[in-house]
Design a protein around this ligand. Structure first.
Ligand code: PMP
Length: 420
């Protein structure tokens, strides 16, 4: 048995009944689709349940209007729903309230918001920012470039052979000149769950802030900003059953309060004259212009859905699948798996099959209806460390089953034979 009622979950995701294999130039159900879809690319983007699709449709069908400005009823309804979505997110991650929850486009924009609104003002020559070798480009490139612009130094904590952070190295790198530690809570390539509480202590002891990239943790396990004592946390709606176009930046209220706005314009102001402008209260100070209203409201629905399943169950379900996938793939002696053992990782397995390029592997898997990700997963420097340009990544979520992993393994075996 699974920790989740998978059949009931799957019934909420009609896309999982789709077949593939036909003409991929036609979006939707392609001509000639005959192979059942096995969707194992959840770390890139998860699927969307009916409840979330309904929330979007309901907004456009019955109360579509701009927020924060209208006195008319539709605008008020939209404003309440959009604002309550912030409250729901705050509750979900254990924040104090909507003041600490800024809606962005995605994790990447949340990283950039802090880089522009905090980094450009706070960093300078002699300062350093500590990252890790396993950062996603969203964090790595953002802080590398912010360091370059400000004259600060970007440092990278090494990983061990098992794909964990070398914490001795972290203790060496985080020093009195460190202003920020930015780290992936869970790696999107290695699956490693990083010791972020310890890193938060190291950062805070040196007077530095800690930014957690929660893109691969918040969708998959209970995450509480108070327990982790992080200063910032970023994540994306589209990786947690929500729509694209909506992401979250959590920030401690006092820190957000002290930051300059990132984008200027309407909605983020209280009073404007030709000479000067007063900012709106948090979080609106950081949400300039008309936001992604439907997407924010739909994120609320996605969180309700996940909470109904229970984040503990979500995590356990993925752990069962991940261990199973790891063990089955490890049976092939020509398959190299990256990262920690199967029972100590987030819900994904990245690997290579000897002699087969990850892209070729992925296209053979595609013929079996199995959707995985092949490439560098936006972690090119990490792949340099791993000594490979690309890897194949299978990633799991609440609707996946052991039978789907069996199909993955069969397809991998097929590719092995084809290229042998
Ligand atoms: N960080 C991590 C760890 C990720 O896995 C991703 C998505 N692959 C991102 C950041 C970026 O997310 P988004 O593309 O939604 O901005």
């Amino acid at each position: 048995p699974y920790p989740l009622d998978v059949a009931a979950v799957r019934a909420d995701f009609p896309i999982l009944d789709r077949k593939v294999g036909g003409d991929a130039t036609v979006p939707g159900e392609g001509e000639g689709d005959t192979t059942p879809l096995v969707y194992l690319d959840n770390a890139a983007t998860s699927q969307t349940p009916e409840q979330v699709v309904d929330a979007i449709a309901e907004y456009y069908r019955s109360y579509n209007a701009n927020v924060h400005r209208g006195i008319h009823q539709l605008s008020q309804e939209a404003s309440v729903a959009y604002e309550e979505a912030h409250d729901r997110v705050a509750e979900f991650v254990g924040a104090d309230g909507r003041e600490e929850i800024v809606f962005t486009k995605n994790t990447t924009e949340a990283e950039n918001l802090v880089a522009y609104a905090w980094g450009l003002n706070e960093l300078g020559p002699g300062d350093n920012v500590v990252l890790t070798e396993m950062e996603h480009h969203a964090s790595l490139v953002t802080w590398q470039q912010t360091a370059r612009k400000t004259g600060a130094e970007a440092r990278f904590v090494r990983i061990t052979d098992e794909g964990r952070l070398d914490m001795d190295h972290a203790r060496e790198l985080i020093d009195e000149d460190t202003k920020l530690v930015s780290v992936a809570h869970s790696s999107n390539t290695l699956g490693t769950l990083n010791p972020v509480e310890e890193l938060a202590d190291l950062a805070h002891d040196r007077g530095a802030l800690i930014f957690l990239d929660g893109a691969q943790s918040v969708p998959h396990r209970p995450v509480d900003v108070k327990e982790l004592d992080c200063d910032f946390l970023a994540f994306s709606g589209h990786k947690m059953l929500g729509p694209t176009g909506i992401g979250v930046l959590y920030g401690k209220e006092g820190i957000l309060e002290g930051m300059e706005p990132y984008l200027y314009g309407g909605d983020m102001i209280r009073k404007v004259s030709f000479e000067e402008t007063q900012w709106e209260d948090l979080p609106w100070k950081f949400e300039a212009g008309t936001p992604n209203i439907a997407q924010g409201i739909a994120l609320h629905a996605a969180i309700d859905y996940l909470d109904d399943l229970g984040m503990g169950n979500v995590h356990e379900h993925e752990s069962v699948l991940t261990e199973y996938a790891y063990d089955r793939l490890a049976e092939f002696d020509d398959v190299e798996i990256y990262g920690p053992p199967g029972d100590e990782r987030g819900g994904l397995v990245s690997f290579n099959v000897g002699g087969v390029h990850a892209h070729d592997l992925s296209s053979i898997l595609n013929e079996h209806g199995v959707a995985i990700r092949a490439g560098d997963h936006c972690t090119q420097p990490l792949h340099d460390v791993l000594g490979t340009a690309a890897s194949a990544r299978a990633s799991f979520y609440v609707y996946n089953t052991r039978e789907e992993i069996d199909k993955l393994v069969e397809a991998v075996d097929d590719a092995r034979e084809l290229f042998a």
